[in-house]
Design a protein around this ligand. Structure first.
Ligand SMILES: Cc1cc2nc3c(=O)[nH]c(=O)nc-3n(C[C@H](O)[C@H](O)[C@H](O)COP(=O)(O)O)c2cc1C
Length: 201
């Protein structure tokens, strides 16, 4: 006989309670620190932890905005965005950039970060982030109360100081932080290597 489990049924829960359950269960989540530019040329920056790879060939990444937030509005207007990797050293600033600033406020300046020109797109990257993914909007998919934003990757730019000998980021050097449930954040976890059992990725 199996161990009894507590069953959570969304039909019997409020959306707020279910959101808390989902975000404490689907953990840890990497954080896309999304930089955009408004049609008027104002920089915007905000963290999104509903973030992953959508396709590898072509490379497409995605994040989800619960509601049509400023980042989505800017991306719909300009067609471009940058996902900066949120790291241990800039955790407090990542958090600070999630405040509900009014549209028209330069969130780089507000939070005290340097905006650096990107390689392929107009929105700047965060100079303090060692790895950034430059994207062109592929499409926005409306799902329930949310907007899934998919972007074709035009370039990934990486500080050579965090690249390992094999040419890709070294996890310890990158030191990404993650979002957990409640107001909890994850620091870079312990790493173990395991050989794949011979199946293609
Ligand atoms: C670490 C972290 C992760 C977040 N992840 C998300 C997310 O995945 N989706 C979302 O809609 N809001 C998320 N938020 C909240 C947004 O960052 C917040 O609503 C922000 O003000 C949106 O900014 P914008 O309107 O400039 O796009 C997150 C906040 C933090 C601190």
């Amino acid at each position: 006989m199996g161990i009894v489990r507590t069953v959570f049924d969304p039909a019997e829960s409020s959306p707020g309670r279910f959101y808390r359950l989902l975000t404490a269960t689907i953990v840890p989540r990497p954080i896309a620190w999304v930089s955009t530019e408004s049609a008027e040329g104002v920089f915007n920056l905000a963290p999104y932890s509903f973030f992953t790879v959508a396709s590898t060939d072509p490379p497409v990444v995605q994040f989800t905005s619960v509601g049509r937030k400023d980042s989505v509005r800017n991306i719909e207007q300009t067609g471009e965005f940058v996902i900066n990797i949120a790291t241990r050293g800039s955790m407090e600033k990542v958090n600070a950039s999630s405040a509900a600033f009014l549209p028209g406020v330069d969130e780089f300046r507000e939070v005290g970060l340097r905006a650096e020109p990107s390689a392929r797109v107009r929105p700047p990257r965060v100079a303090e982030s060692p790895a950034s993914i430059e994207c062109r909007l592929r499409r926005v998919i409306e799902v329930g109360d949310s907007f899934v934003v998919m972007g074709d990757v035009l370039a990934v730019t990486v500080d050579p100081g965090v690249l390992a000998e094999d040419g890709v980021p070294d996890f310890a050097a990158l030191a990404p932080v993650s979002r957990l449930g409640r107001i909890e954040w994850g620091l870079p976890p312990e790493v173990r290597e395991l050989e794949r059992p011979g199946v293609p990725e």
